[in-house]
Design a protein around this ligand. Sequence first.
Ligand code: EZ4
Ligand code: CO
Length: 395
Amino acid sequence: MIVTSPGRNFVTLKIVTDEGVTGVGDATLNGRELAVAAYLNEHVVPLLIGRDPHRIEDIWQYLYKGAYWRRGPVTMTAIAAVDTALWDIKGKVAGLPVYQLLGGRSREGVTVYGHASADTVDGVLAEVAKYVADGYKAVRLQAGIPGLSGVYGVHTGPGVYEPASAAVPAEAVWSTERYLHHVPSLFERVRDEFGPTLKLLHDAHHRLTPIEAARLGKSLEPYALTWLEDPVPAELQEGFRLIRRHTTTPLAVGEVFNSVWDCQQLITEQLVDYIRTTVVHAGGISALRRIFDLAALYHVRSGSHGATDLSPVCMAAALHVDVSIPNFGLQEYMPHTEETDEVFPHGYRFENGYLHPSEAPGLGVDIDEELAAKYPYRPAALPVNRLEDGTLHSW
Ligand code: EZ4
Ligand code: CO
């Protein structure tokens, strides 16, 4: 178990077999890192000693059913770390990159989307131009809202966007009225300037009610989004029926989900178009593949979360899944800081709008433990959000 903070906090599980083969798995849960570290140290690692590392499915079931207390982000992130590390080991023993064990390539590269954000619409336009020049085929747009400061997803200065800051959460102020009024003008400008083929996305970050989301979806229809993400908090899966009845804007959801049960109704009722669960938070490569297989039956494609709080170990694992499944949609990609990349040497690479998994046996990613030790853990929580009258709202 390695906890390190090269620019931000990461938890990494490293498994070493009795034959000396090592595997790594991401166990990072942003703002709740040490809960997963303790879960692994106290309740999982002791159970792994002496077990056959090749029995990935059996170990997964053992940790899932064996805990009695099923699901939840802490448990599922811990299971994900074990599962990911075991796939890494299996690949290394087989001498194959993990995507070959998952059935081989279904595409030449993994289409990713970048994050264009700025306080002003002009600023976002300039950002989009940079992404297009770098070859990106898809861009997520987030802009500052007149009258609000510290809006989700908007860079506050140069460098990597990072919402987790102090040990005690920062507080932002939110107004749905101001937001709904402003967002369509952003998309109108970008569509006008960049034409019809660039894929455009937007993240509402769980802030709306179904009827508000329906209105936003409708108002964005002229700009043909690839997806509107997390329009509402998704505990109430049937709430998406209402959004769906009113708009043809495609919907994406799932970055906070931790099992197939969180998305079952959304998928089987065809209430969403993209499912955004990840390797690290949804139980690992084995569990993610099951979710995507279910999704494929219902015309739902993958769109895995890939913000910087998911470590390069998660990104490496995600790319093996992305390149192999038949119903891949898009992969989120926010490059990590240089310090992070140095602590996690990896073989995946970006080229002309696509990411390519490493061809090395296993996942093709490692952790430099000596370097990791130079970056001690620093408590950092995600912000909270309040309405203008002080009411606590989803962030
Ligand atoms: O706010 O990963 O689509 N991406 C996102 C992220 C989340 C962070 C929370 O840790 O919504 O930026
Ligand atoms: Co999101």
